[in-house]
Design a protein around this ligand. Sequence first.
Ligand code: NAD
Ligand code: DAU
Length: 353
Amino acid sequence: MILVTGGAGFIGANFVLDWLASPNAEGVVNLDKLTYAGNLTNLQSLQKDSRHIFVHGDIGDKALVSKLLAEHRPRAIVNFAAESHVDRSIHGPAEFIQTNIVGTFNLLECAREYWGGLQGTAKEQFRFHHVSTDEVYGSLSASDPAFSETNPYEPNSPYSASKAASDHLVRAWFHTYGFPVVTTNCSNNYGPYHFPEKLIPLVILNALNGKPLPVYGDGQQIRDWLYVGDHCSAIREVLAKGELGETYNIGGWNEKANLDVVNTICKILDELKPRADGKTYAEQITFVKDRPGHDRRYAIDASKVEKALGWRPAETFDTGIRKTVQWYLDNPLWVDGVVTGSYREWLDKQYQS
Ligand code: NAD
Ligand code: DAU
C-alpha cells in the first residue's frame, strides 16, 4: 500500500489513476478532505477497483491519520493535499496556513511515529514524498537563470509562503530525526481534471461559453508549463530512486508568457470547434486588473532530476496543450458537473455528518 493525500484533486487524481493503470501496482489509500477542489468524479473509473480505498478526512486530523497508518501500514506517503490557488490565498490565507503548514506538520508527526515503530527493511524502505512548487523560489527577472535546487527561498504570496514553510518542516524532519523524506518542486501543471479556477481550464471553458478570457495585467508574466502526466511520472521516479533528504526541481522546459498561452488555446479551439459566428476566440481576450504581488517569471532548471534519475518530460507544450483542449471537449459531463457545482451535491449527501 501507499498513502496518497489530496488524491481527489487535480494532480493527486491524475497520479492515482496513472499509478493504478499498472496491473501490478500496489494499492492506494487516498485521504482527501474534499474541499471545493476535491472531486470524486475524477476517480469514477476506480469505483470497482478494490486496490483504491478512498477516505474522506483531513491531514490535520491526528487520530484519523494515525489510525490509517496503523491499519494499512503503507510503505510510502505521497503528500499532495494542499490549498493550491494563489488568488484564493490572497483573499483568505487562513486555510492555507492550516492545511499547508499545520496539516503537513501533523502528517509528518504521525508518519514519524509510525516509521519509528517499523523494523528492518520496512523501516529502511519507507519514504515520505512531499509535493511542492517552484513558487517557493520567488520571482525571476527576464535575464535570471532558471531556478535550481540551491536557489534561496523567497516566497511572495500567502500560498507560496505556506508551501515554503511546509518544505522547511519536511527538511527539518530529515535533518533532526533522520525521517526519510524526498521533496519535489514542480512548475505549473496543466491537463485533464484541472479545476477551472486556474488559467488554462478557465480560458478553455470561458472561450467555449462565449465569456471574456481574463488576462491579468499586461499578460507578459512567464510560467514554465508541464503536462500533468509528466509530473506524475517524475514523482514515481523520485519516489522509487530519489536520494533521501534531497529536493528535485521538476519542469517542462516550456517557458511561455500568459498571453501566448491564451492565444495558443484560442487557435486550437478555432480549429477544433470554430465559433458559430466565424469570429476567432482571441476576440474574447480581456485585460483585467493585475494580481497583487504577481510574480513576473518562473523557470525551472530540471537538469538534476534528469542527470540523477534519467527523467524527462514526454510531452512538449504543443502536444500537451492540444491533448488538454481535446480532453475538455470530450468530457462535457465532467465539465458540466464542475461548472454547475453538481459534483458537490452527491458528495454532500454522501458525506454529511
Ligand atoms: P488541488 O487544489 O487541485 O487539489 C488539492 C486536493 O487536496 C483537493 O482534492 C483537496 O480536497 C485536498 N485537500 C485540501 N486540504 C486538505 C486537507 N486538509 N486534508 C486532506 N486533503 C485536503 O491542487 P493540485 O493542483 O492538484 O496540487 C496538488 C499539490 O501539488 C499541492 O500540494 C500543490 O501545492 C502542488 N503543486 C501544484 C502545481 C500546479 O500547477 N497545480 C504545481 C506544483 C506543485
Ligand atoms: O508554479 C506552480 C504553481 O502554479 C502551483 O504551485 C499552484 O498551485 C498553481 O495554481 C499555479 O500557480 P499560478 O498562480 O501560476 O497559476 P494560475 O493558473 O492561477 O495562473 C497562471 C498565470 O496566469 C499567472 O501568471 C496568473 C495568470 N492568470 C490567472 C488567472 C486565473 C491570468 O492572467 N488570468 C486568470 O484569470
